[in-house]
Design a protein around this ligand. Structure first.
Ligand code: FES
Ligand code: FE
Length: 444
C-alpha cells in the first residue's frame, strides 16, 4: 500500500483539544491519533506517567541481589531484589548519577550495582557506595540512584514513571492479591516469553485486544477453544442461550463462592483500573490447550480441574489469563507512534516438571497473537491511506469504544487541566459497571 507520510510537525495543544472535540462517539479515531509523533509525544508527557504497568514476574528477581533490565515506556529501568521479604523489590532508572552512563547492560546478580564506565557502585537500596573520589563539597547522599515507583503483589511487579502523577495502587493490591494467589501466580515460574513487536500504534493494539468481534474471521484456533465466543464474537440468540446454559452448568459444579469471585474498578486518571473475573472455558475443556487436556500440574493449590479461566486487567496496558495449570501475562509497551511491543509470558507452578512442554502451554495465545499482530499491522497500514476515515464500532466492540472514549476524555483533561465536564459527554457501556459477573462476557 502506498503510504502517506504522517504529519511529524509539532502541533499545538489547543489544536489537539479541537481534534479531540470533533471525534465522534462510538467511531474509531482520526488518522493523527494513530500516526502523529506529536500526539505520541503528548501521550508520553501526560498520559503514560499516569499508568502503572506490569514490568516483571517476581520469580525473575527471586534471590537478593538479582537484578533485571526492563523497558518502562521509553525508559530503561533496573528492577532489583534488595532483601528477602516478598515486597523487597526496588526499581531505578538505568542511569548512573556520575555522568549518566547506562548502569546495567544486562540482567545479573551482585551485592552492588556497578557502573561499567568509571566503576561507581551503588547499594541494592540505591545509595551511592563508592564515595572516595568525590570532591569534598559534594554530598554523596544526593547521588543515589533515581528511584522508579514500584509495587510487588501476588507475584507481579508493577512500575510507573512518576510518583507525583501515578494513581494509588494500594486498592488494586487489596482487590487482586487473593485472586492472583488463588491462581498460583505468586508460586510460579516462567516457561516461555515472546515479544511480538507490532508495527502499529499502541491504541490499535489495545483496541484489537479489547474486542472479540474479529475472533471468528481471524482466530480459528481461539474460536474453537473458547466458549465465550458464542456471545463475544457473534450476535446469535441461540448461541447466547447455549453459552448461558454452559455458564449455569459450570456454576452448579463449582458452587456459589467460586462462581461469584470477582473484582471491578473501571478507573480514571486518579484511580488505577483493575478487574478480575472467572468464566468457564466451555465444551468440557479442562484448560486452554489444543486438546483441552492439562499441559502442566495444577496451580494455586487446586486439587482438580474446574474448567475455568480467570481474567485479570491490571491497569490499562497489562493483562493476565489464568487457566488451572498455566498463566499468560500480557504487556503492551508503546515504543513510538507506529510501534508497540506486545510481550507475552507463560508461567507454570514453580514445582512443575522441568520438562513441561512449553510449546503446548504457549500454543493458544502464541497462535492468536501472531494473528493479532498481522491484523493489527494491516489495520495500521490501512489507516495510513489518504482514503482512511473513522468507522463505527459495532455492539461487539463496546469495550474498545469505551477505551477510546476514556482515552480521549483523559487526554483532554490532562491538556486542559480540567476534570468532569468533557468526560460526562461519554457514556460507558452499561455492562461494564453492572457487576463483576457482567464482565464474564468479555475476552479478558
Ligand atoms: Fe557511571 Fe562514571 S558514568 S561511573
Ligand atoms: Fe485477537
Amino acid at each position: 500500500m502506498q503510504a502517506n507520510t504522517p504529519n511529524s510537525q509539532p502541533i499545538d495543544r489547543n489544536e489537539i483539544v479541537r481534534l479531540i472535540d470533533r471525534q465522534r462517539q462510538d467511531w474509531s479515531l482520526e488518522q493523527a491519533f494513530y500516526t502523529d509523533p506529536a500526539i505520541f509525544a503528548l501521550e508520553r508527557d501526560l498520559w503514560f506517567p499516569r499508568q502503572w504497568v506490569l514490568v516483571a514476574h517476581a520469580s525473575e528477581v527471586l534471590e537478593k541481589g538479582r537484578y533485571i533490565v526492563r523497558q518502562l515506556f521509553d525508559e530503561e529501568i533496573i528492577v532489583v531484589r534488595f532483601g528477602d521479604g516478598e515486597a523487597d523489590i526496588a526499581a531505578y532508572y538505568n542511569v548512573c548519577t556520575h555522568r549518566g552512563s547506562r548502569l546495567c547492560t544486562k540482567d545479573g546478580r551482585g551485592k552492588l550495582l556497578v557502573c561499567p564506565y568509571h566503576a561507581w557502585s551503588f547499594r541494592l537500596t540505591g545509595e551511592l557506595q563508592s564515595r572516595q573520589d568525590l570532591p569534598p563539597s559534594v554530598d554523596p547522599e544526593a547521588l543515589g540512584l533515581h528511584r522508579v515507583p514500584s509495587k510487588c503483589f501476588g507475584g507481579l511487579v508493577f512500575c510507573g514513571l512518576d510518583a507525583n502523577s501515578l494513581p494509588d495502587i494500594e486498592p488494586v493490591a487489596a482487590g487482586l492479591t487473593d485472586g492472583l494467589r488463588e491462581n498460583g501466580l505468586d508460586q510460579a515460574r516462567i516457561v516461555a516469553r515472546k515479544n511480538y513487536l507490532t508495527k502499529a500504534n499502541w491504541k490499535l493494539v489495545l483496541e484489537n485486544f479489547l474486542e472479540c468481534y474479529h475472533c471468528r474471521p481471524a482466530h480459528p484456533e481461539y474460536y474453537r477453544v473458547n466458549g465465550h465466543v458464542k456471545v463475544t464474537a457473534t450476535r446469535d440468540a441461540d448461541k447466547a442461550v447455549e453459552w448461558q446454559n454452559e455458564i449455569e452448568a459450570w456454576h452448579s459444579v463449582i458452587g456459589d463462592a467460586e462462581f461469584h469471585k470477582g473484582a471491578w474498578q473501571p478507573g480514571d486518571l486518579d484511580t488505577m483500573p483493575f478487574a478480575m473475573h472467572r468464566k468457564p472455558i466451555g465444551s468440557g475443556r479442562n484448560t486452554l490447550s489444543n486438546t483441552g487436556e492439562g499441559v502442566s500440574c495444577l496451580m494455586g493449590g487446586r486439587s482438580a480441574y474446574d474448567g475455568g479461566e480467570s481474567g485479570f486487567r491490571l491497569g490499562r496496558l497489562s493483562f493476565a489469563s489464568a487457566a488451572n495449570d498455566y498463566v499468560t501475562l500480557f504487556q503492551m509497551i508503546p515504543r513510538n507512534a507506529m510501534e508497540t511491543d506486545v510481550i507475552l509470558t507463560w508461567l507454570v507452578d514453580k514445582d512443575a516438571d522441568q520438562d513441561v512442554d512449553a510449546d503446548a502451554i504457549s500454543w493458544m495465545w502464541d497462535v492468536t497473537t501472531v494473528q493479532d499482530k498481522k491484523i493489527t499491522e494491516d489495520n495500521a497500514d490501512g489507516i495510513l491511506s489518504r482514503a482512511y476515515r473513522p468507522g463505527p464500532y459495532t455492539p461487539l466492540e463496546s469495550q474498545t469504544s469505551f477505551f477510546v472514549q476514556t482515552y480521549l476524555s483523559e487526554l483532554r483533561s490532562l491538556i486542559t487541566g480540567t476534570r468532569g465536564a468533557p468526560a460526562s459527554q461519554w457514556s460507558a457501556p452499561a455492562q461494564l459497571f453492572a457487576s463483576p459477573k457482567a464482565a464474564c462476557s468479555t475476552r479478558l
